[in-house]
Write a protein that binds this ligand. Structure first.
Ligand SMILES: Cc1ncc(COP(=O)(O)O)c(C=O)c1O
Length: 420
């Protein structure tokens, strides 16, 4: 028994040595191809490839805040109270949350919601969200804002391989991927676009061989609304498509472009939504994912036991279980975006030295002929916060993002900009 080892004549030793090397090289190549993910992760951590595959969170390494809405921090620096500031660096609906939500919150406080642990299964919340969207409750998972769900989506995305991130884009996807050492391929988007919505997603701009793509619809910070028809082919091209529709319910005609109807037939699709912008409840934190039940079960097993608190659950159940009220609220919000957005952009565009870009969403980008940093600082001194865009890849100090306000707020911003 055993292997018969034949001893070759010494003449063949040199050739044997060559064969051994050749075998080693072939084995190494097979190994690297087979272990694609570790190989890519290694590449991602190699400086020479940093521009191509970059695991560093965008906007974190350069010391700039990766998000707007840093109200308390900015107020401290300015020596003001947060309530004195008009925060247009975050993009929230400027109205008070609907009465049904406020009532649900006070009832929850007076009831058991503060004392008791929240329902781990989120049964009422999931079924309210499911019935609004016409999906199965097993396809729904509530989160502590959309941001928490990006963390779990990123764990799957890291396991799936290389992640394409269209840039300039929302920085939180990089943060979430960095948690798991996920490999990132930045994909520059064209910085010119028209004002007709929806627009085709610029598929041609996406190069490389990524396994996962993160889509934001409408896109942040540009406000472009992508058409569903142009996003659908991504489902055949990528092992995983994560579509962040945080602002979609605010966009006039936005729901018609949602990828939600495709979830049932595409286990490789995750749609993430937020309620924090629509209802101006960023402090309460509430978002949800709609995806294949087994994926969401897995996420549920990974996270801490009570990521969505009892008050957020009560608020979410109240608004999502009131389809007529929700419809009416969305209409009000979309009318505001349509009317105020069109007016505000025209006013901004008329300011010498500024260009205001078209946006389907409740925020828009302005570009200056020169750096706008000093202008931003001057407005901050007057209690108006605009979003510094230096942490967005591809943008820089000539860009600012402004969250739409009510007419009074927008006029205040315009007066300050004109006089600066
Ligand atoms: C595109 C986008 N998605 C998601 C979020 C986060 O949403 P949430 O407050 O629900 O965590 C933001 C916040 O600014 C955002 O801009």
């Amino acid at each position: 028994m055993g292997l018969a080892i034949s001893h070759k004549p010494s003449k063949g030793i040199q050739r044997d040595g060559f064969n051994t090397w050749a075998c080693l090289v072939v084995l190494l190549c097979i190994g690297l191809l087979g272990l694609r993910r570790p190989w890519r992760r290694w590449l991602a951590q190699t400086d020479a490839w940093a521009g191509w595959v970059n695991p560093a969170p965008v906007g974190v390494s350069n010391g700039l805040p990766p998000h707007g809405g840093n109200l308390s921090q900015e107020a401290r620096q300015l020596g003001m109270k947060p309530s004195q500031l008009l925060d247009a660096s975050a993009s929230l609906v400027p109205f008070r949350p609907p009465r049904v939500l406020r009532r649900a919150l006070s009832a929850a406080i007076q009831g058991q919601a503060l004392r008791d642990y929240p329902d781990r299964a989120q049964a009422d919340l999931r079924s309210a969200i499911a019935s609004w969207h016409g999906v199965d409750p097993d396809q729904v998972l509530g989160g502590n804002g959309a941001a928490e769900l990006f963390t779990w989506a990123a764990r799957d995305a890291t396991a799936a391989g290389l992640n394409a991130l269209p840039q300039p884009g929302f920085a939180d996807y990089s943060r979430a991927l960095a948690c798991w050492g996920g490999a990132i391929e930045q994909q520059p988007l064209p910085l010119e676009w028209g004002d007709c919505w929806p627009q085709p997603f610029p598929l041609g701009a996406i190069k490389g061989t990524s396994d996962v793509i993160w889509i934001t619809n409408p896109h942040n910070p540009t406000g472009q609304l992508w058409s569903r028809a142009s996003l659908e082919p991504l489902l055949a091209r990528y092992a995983l498509v994560i579509c962040d529709e945080a602002f979609l319910p605010l966009v006039p005609g936005g729901e018609a472009q949602s990828l939600l109807p495709l979830v049932a037939d595409h286990p490789n699709l995750v749609v993430i939504r937020s309620l924090t912008k629509l209802f101006a409840i960023a402090g309460l934190r509430l978002g949800y994912a709609i995806a294949a039940p087994d994926r969401l079960q897995r996420w549920h097993g990974w996270r801490d036991p009570w990521p969505v608190n009892g008050l957020a659950i009560a608020a979410g159940v109240a608004v999502m279980n009131d389809p007529v009220g929700l419809q009416r609220w969305q209409q009000r919000v979309q009318q505001w975006v349509q009317k105020e957005g069109t007016w505000f952009r025209a006013q901004l565009d008329a300011i010498p030295g500024l260009k205001a870009y078209p946006s389907a969403a409740n925020y828009l980008l302005i570009q200056g002929e020169q750096s706008l940093l000093e202008l931003r600082e001057q407005l901050a001194q007057q209690g108006i916060l605009l979003r510094d865009c230096r942490s967005f890849q591809g943008l820089g100090e000539r860009w600012l993002r402004i969250g739409l306000q009510d007419r009074r707020g927008n006029q205040r911003i315009l007066r300050a900009l004109r006089s600066a």
